[in-house]
Design a protein around this ligand. Sequence first.
Ligand SMILES: Cc1ncc(COP(=O)(O)O)c(C=O)c1O
Length: 378
Amino acid sequence: MNIPPINLKAQFRGVKKDIMKGVREILDDQKLILGQYCLKLEEQAASTTGVPHAISCANGTDALILSLMALGIGRGDEVITTPYTFFSSASSIALVGARPVFADIQESDMNIDPAKIEKAITPQTKAIMVVHLFGKICDMKRITAIGQKYAIPIVEDMAQALGARRGNVSAGNFGDIAATSFYPTKNLGGIGEGGMVLTKRDDLGEKVRKLRVHGMGDKPYIHEMIGFNSRLDEIKAMALSVKFPKLTSWNKTRLETAGYYNMHLRDIPVTLPTIEDETSHIFHHYVLRTDKRDGFQAHLKENGIMTGIYYPVPLHLQPCFSYLGYDEGSFPIAEKAARTSLAIPVFPELKKTEKDYIIKTIRLFFESQVERPATDDI
Ligand SMILES: Cc1ncc(COP(=O)(O)O)c(C=O)c1O
C-alpha cells in the first residue's frame, strides 16, 4: 500500500463540480478581489465560530501580523508564545518589531503551559499568543485568567484549530483576537494561500479591515494608518466557501480516526494523544511520541506510509532566533517533543483498510523491538 500524509486530490474530487462552476462565474464577472465570495466566507466563519468579526486576508501569517498590529504591538514589546509550533507564531511577533518570549509546553498535550506563561511575564509583556497545536484547544481557562490578572491581551493562533470547541466555546472566542490559515493542507484548506482574522472586539475588527488594505478606511486613497496589502482573491474565497459546509463532518471523521488508532494502539509503548471530549481536539495532526521515532518513521516509509515531523527543531533553537539568547536545555519539554513526535495520516478520506494497515504496520515495528529470548532458552 502507498498512503500519503494527506490526499488533497481525493478531497478535491468531492467538490470539483461546484468549484469549477464558481471559477467560470467569477472569471466571467471579473470581480476578482474582496467581493461577494469573500463576504460569504467571512459570514460562514463568523456563524461557525460565533465570533462576530471575521476578516479574510492573504494567509495565516498575515493574519497573525494583522492581529498583532491591531493590538498596537511593536518595538520594545514582548509577546509570550510557545517554542513548539510552526515558525509563523513567533516570526509574526518579530516581524512587527517585538520580541518573542518563549514559555515551555506541557507534556500532556504539547500546548503552552499556563504556569510557565505566568513566570515569563515582565512589564514589557504586551500579549500572550497561544497556539492550539495540532487542533487541540489550549488550557484557556487558566490562560484567560492570567490575561485578566495582568491585563494582557490574548492572541489565538488557531491555524490548526478551526472548528474546535471547548464546551460551547469555539476557538477564536477565548482571546481578544485570533488568526487562522487556509493553507491547502489545513482542516479547511484552500486552493492556494489564504487566512483570516477573527475578533469579538469592534475596535480591533475595524482596524484589521483597514490594515489589510493599506490602512484605507471608507475614503479611497486616504490612508489612516500604515497597513499593507493582504487581500484575499475571490476564486480562493469561493473554493473555501464551497468546502466550508463540510468542515464539521471532516473534523468529526478525523476525531473518529484518532479514537480508532487510540483503541488499537493503546497497548504498545508509545505516547498517544489524549481525547478529553468530543470537540476540543480536531486532529489536524495525529501525533505519536516515541524515543525510537527515527527508526519508526523509516519503518513506516519502507512500508509505504508517509508521515511528518511537526516540528523537528523547536523555535528557540532556530538559527534566526539565536539573538534571543536561548540554548539547548532552555525548554526541555519542547525539545523532547521535537525529538519524539511523529504525525501519521489522519486525513478524512483515509479508508478503513488503510487505517487497519497503518495499525498493523505500527504494531509490527514495536513487536519486533521486544527482546526475544535467546534460542538456547527455548
Ligand atoms: C500554527 C500555525 N500558525 C501559523 C501558520 C501560518 O499560516 P500560513 O501558512 O497560511 O501563513 C500555520 C500554517 O502554516 C500554522 O500551522
